[in-house]
Design a protein around this ligand. Structure first.
Ligand SMILES: Cc1cc2nc3c(=O)[nH]c(=O)nc-3n(C[C@H](O)[C@H](O)[C@H](O)COP(=O)(O)OP(=O)(O)OC[C@H]3O[C@@H](n4cnc5c(N)ncnc54)[C@H](O)[C@@H]3O)c2cc1C
Ligand code: FES
Length: 245
């Protein structure tokens, strides 16, 4: 983990209430897709955790949705402002287990961490299929970016206004895949878990205190004991998940 100052290079709206922020700074501690950063905001005691979406040299991209006061403040920040950021947090996805045809399934703001994952898997020569799920066509983002990486990209919308009508899981029975990676709201993770025919990795979100393993505020029960979502997670293996209900 590293604490350093990042300068905002870009902060643009890419969909309703969804923003992309490009930050410049020391990215040296970020080692895997699926890790997150924790951002200090003036006037807030707790930092705000956001997944790493892309990484290139000293540039780090995050995509965030405005859901409360903290993210609203972020959406108003201008280029040049400096942010205090903790980087290198969380375990991230392990690409060594993917096999040749990994399937990536993301819902809403669960899509961003899958972008850097797709990039890494494609660089490793894997044939990636990405299923990106949204409620409606206006909310879609990063479809072209996944296509440009070379991933077979499928979009689903709950209202059927674009792509396949339904949820990301509605595509799964017709796809041939060697392994899966997913990130999104918990009901979606549970549905993916149940529908999946292979092993895989799921990224969980929990409200966080410290964000680096010190407060136990994010711990959850797994088959192999309690795990801190910020430290031993946010990515858990399918085989270790214990659903609470
Ligand atoms: C590991 C991790 C990675 C994340 N990656 C992203 C990302 O890439 N893009 C993105 O838009 N969001 C992401 N989030 C969620 C993001 O941290 C919250 O939306 C943000 O902290 C809300 O701050 P706020 O002050 O705007 O809202 P608050 O006023 O704090 O809360 C507003 C609403 O959001 C819910 N909420 C707040 N924090 C969380 C949280 N940590 N998990 C689930 N629900 C929360 C609250 O219950 C409440 O309903 C991630 C969370 C975690 C734990
Ligand atoms: S948030 Fe403190 S241990 Fe995870």
């Amino acid at each position: 983990m590293r604490r350093s100052l990042f300068r905002i290079k870009e902060n643009t709206k890419i969909a309703p209430s969804v923003f992309r922020m490009v930050l410049e700074g020391d990215t040296g501690d970020i080692t895997r897709p699926g890790q997150f950063v924790n951002i200090k905001l003036d006037g807030f005691y707790l930092r705000r955790p956001i997944s790493v979406c892309d990484l290139s040299g000293d540039e780090l991209t995050i995509i965030y949705k405005v859901v409360g006061e903290g993210t609203n403040l972020m959406s108003q920040m201008e280029e040049g402002k400096e942010l205090d950021v903790l980087t290198g947090l969380g375990n991230g996805y392990d690409t060594s287990l993917s096999g040749e045809r990994p399937l990536l399934l993301g819902g809403g703001v669960g899509v961003p961490p899958l972008y850097l994952l797709a990039k890494k898997l494609i660089n490793e020569g894997k044939q990636v299929t990405a299923v990106l799920g949204f409620n409606t066509k206006d909310e879609i983002f990063y479809e072209n970016e996944f296509k440009e990486l070379g991933a077979e990209t499928i979009v689903t919308t709950a209202d059927g206004s674009r792509g396949i009508k339904g949820f990301v899981t509605d595509t799964m029975k017709d796809l041939d895949y060697s392994y899966f990676y997913t990130c999104g709201p918990e009901p979606m993770l549970k549905a993916v878990y149940r529908e999946s025919k292979t092993s895989g990795q799921l990224s969980f979100e929990k409200r966080m205190g410290c964000g680096f393993g010190a407060c136990m505020g994010c711990s959850c029960k797994t088959i192999t004991g309690y795990k801190r979502i910020c430290k031993e997670g946010p990515v858990l293996m399918k085989e270790e998940i214990l659903w609470e209900d």
